[in-house]
Ligand binder design. Structure first.
Ligand code: G6P
Length: 611
């Protein structure tokens, strides 16, 4: 998704903007640009492709200025190209705009503006904003932006500068992420905190419908009607190093290795040592509501949806509540039945996924209470939900989600223990036992991270590394592990992979089995172990290649498998949290061996803020 960075202050704006844009690369983009005002004139440089291309152009064409805006674009309207990259301008090229989101009525606005004489230079929806601001500009940029936005329908986060106003940066938000960073004698705008945390940790989360007049001395906020809005900045406690790779070749590998700490963090503050009590301070859903709850709806996208599936299995088994799991993009359009006493649990790392936000709105309109599991504090999902369980996983930069997934599963496990006790489905002793098992997971994860040799060896083995496609099978709690394993492999290595419930194998995928098809079988100890062994034998009988994921000590499975990756013993309901690691690492090393851009896979975005 697009990334925005803007600066006003006394330093070199271009340097600060470019450093911020580099920190937002994880969001995915296809072109980039920067505009500054220098000696009373607007200047701009744009480039197709990665930021290194823009860096090179900037070296030739030295831009300077103390105020500017920059952008990385992920194409929505108009192909990726230099002319469609941002910033976009009004007719005389005196007003520059960067935008993240989609203007839904842009065709209508474009025709209207054209009929009034505007000449468009790009195919983008964004350019309409620049021409609209010009249309309403009578010497007051802040007023013109507010007036222009009143004509706009859709989602936006924007940054605007004008040649006549070298001391003003205007920003606004409706439905797309935007923050303002406040420093001493300087201020910033950005799509996300890592872009600016090198410079300041005092951040204002801009709300929908708010417009900001930003100067070197601070930020004044109004709504679109010009009513002043009182705002309080937050102090972010992520340190700069948290957003760096810390010596790993990729963010993804770093984030895989962070998982033992991440799980400790997710548990932190929720369970006291030696206690059976779980508490969620921000949850904001009364125990009576949980007791009365008839149905839980979990909505999410991508990896978060797989975590949601683990949550469904856990909640139904231990709390005995009916759980409906849906993809947010399906839920929002299918006019779902929402009976009284329904609780929705959206699961989202970024908290900005457009479909998940809309699914929340649908459920709220129909009377559901919404308690979200979210990583990014202050994100849109967090703010639009009645209550939140923060994952406390720290920033996730790699596009392919890893630590966010295991932390979502852990948060859902904790929620299950809490709910099951409230609904008298679990005794204090049982709860204490389960909490103790959750607490053991970080050390078990560390064991997997300390024993990666077999994973590395398999990822170097041509039968896996050079495969055209792969199948992942799992049952029960590890059906989502199969889905997640296949997703990881396909998104970063571009090997076609499918995850299947192993019980469905005979209903289709078995037709694909040949020596050339690696089948990753999750066969950890538990209720479905014997069934998995039968599946494995059926694959081997057809000359399929089997890579099993099994429990340490299970030597029997070796006889049935080409290779085995081990995870420590753990109760089956929590095993997906461990199984995630070998499937993540296998995908990572295969992708790295194939020379793929692991952290920014082709065509993918970290945060899907448009449909
Ligand atoms: C994108 C990301 C995935 C993520 C999904 C949902 O597809 O690449 O890693 O799982 O969005 O994102 P969310 O932020 O809502 O968890």
């Amino acid at each position: 998704m697009c990334g925005i960075v803007g600066y006003i202050g006394e330093k070199n704006a271009v340097e600060i903007i470019m450093s911020g844009l580099h920190r937002l690369e994880y969001r995915g983009y296809d072109s980039a640009g920067v505009a500054v005002i220098h000696n009373g004139a607007m200047a701009c440089v744009k480039s197709l492709g990665k930021l290194v291309a823009l860096d090179a152009k900037l070296e030739e064409n030295t831009l300077a200025g103390r105020i500017g805006i920059g952008h990385t674009r992920w194409a929505t309207h108009g192909a990726p190209s230099e002319r469609n990259s941002h910033p976009h301008f009004d007719g005389p090229m005196e007003i520059a705009v960067v935008h993240n989101g989609i203007i839904e009525n842009f065709q209508e606005l474009r025709e209207q503006l054209k009929s009034e004489g505007a000449e468009f230079r790009s195919d983008t929806d964004t350019e309409t904003i620049a021409h609209l601001v010009r249309k309403y500009y009578t010497g007051d940029l802040f007023a013109a932006v507010k007036r222009a936005l009143a004509d706009v329908e859709g989602a936006y986060a924007i940054g605007v500068i004008a040649q006549d106003h070298p001391d003003l940066l205007v920003a606004a938000r409706h439905g797309s992420p935007l923050i303002v960073g406040l420093g001493a004698g300087e201020a910033f705008i950005a799509s996300d905190v890592p872009a600016i945390m090198k410079y300041t940790k005092d951040v204002l989360y801009v709300e929908d419908g708010h417009v900001c007049a930003i100067t070197r001395d601070g930020c004044r906020v109004e709504d679109l009607h010009g009513n002043p809005v009182a705002v309080t900045p937050s102090h972010v406690d992520w340190d700069e190093a948290a957003a760096e790779k810390e010596g790993y070749p990729h963010f993804m590998l770093k984030e895989i290795h962070q998982q033992p700490d991440v799980i400790r963090n997710t548990l932190r503050g929720r369970v006291e040592e030696g206690s059976d009590a779980v508490s969620f301070p921000d949850m904001n859903i009364a125990e009576e509501e949980l007791e009365a709850c008839q149905k839980i709806v979990i909505v999410a996208c991508g990896t978060a949806w797989h975590a949601g599936m683990v949550g469904k299995y856990l909640i139904e088994r231990f709390a005995q509540v009916d759980v409906e799991l849906d993809l947010s993009s399906e839920y929002r359009y299918r006019d779902p039945a929402v009976p009284p006493n329904t609780i929705m649990i959206p699961v989202s790392q970024s908290g900005e996924t457009a479909d998940t936000l809309e699914a929340i709105r649908v459920a709220k309109r129909k009377g559901a209470r919404v308690a979200a599991i979210v990583n990014v504090v202050g994100s849109s999902v967090a703010r639009e939900s009645h209550g939140v369980i923060y994952q406390q996983a720290g920033p996730e930069i790699g596009v392919a989600s890893t630590k966010a997934y295991t932390s979502q599963c852990t948060a859902l496990a904790l929620f299950t223990i809490w709910l099951a006790q409230i609904r008298a489905q679990m005794t204090k002793d049982e709860a204490q036992g389960m909490i103790a098992q959750l607490r053991e997971l970080p050390d078990k994860m560390q064991w997997i991270l300390d024993h990666q040799e077999d994973i590395v060896r398999c990822a170097n083995d041509p039968k896996y590394r050079d495969a055209q496609s792969a199948l992942y099978l799992g049952r029960s709690y590890n059906f989502p592990s199969a889905l997640e394993g296949a997703l990881k492999l396909k998104e970063i290595s571009y090997i076609h992979a499918e995850g299947y419930a192993a019980g469905e194998m005979k209903h289709g995928p078995i037709a694909l089995v040949t020596e050339q098809l690696p089948v990753v079988c999750v066969a950890v100890q538990g209720d479905t172990y014997e069934k998995m062994v039968s599946n494995i034998q059926e694959i081997r009988a057809r000359n399929g290649t089997v890579l099993s994921i099994a429990t340490v000590g299970d030597d029997r499975i070796r006889a049935h498998s080409d290779d085995v990756l081990y995870v420590p013993a753990c109760p089956e309901p929590f095993s997906p949290i461990l199984v995630a690691l070998p499937v993540q690492l296998l995908a990572y090393y295969i992708a790295a061996n194939r020379g793929c851009d692991v952290d920014q896979p082709r065509n993918l975005a970290k945060s899907v803020t448009v449909e």
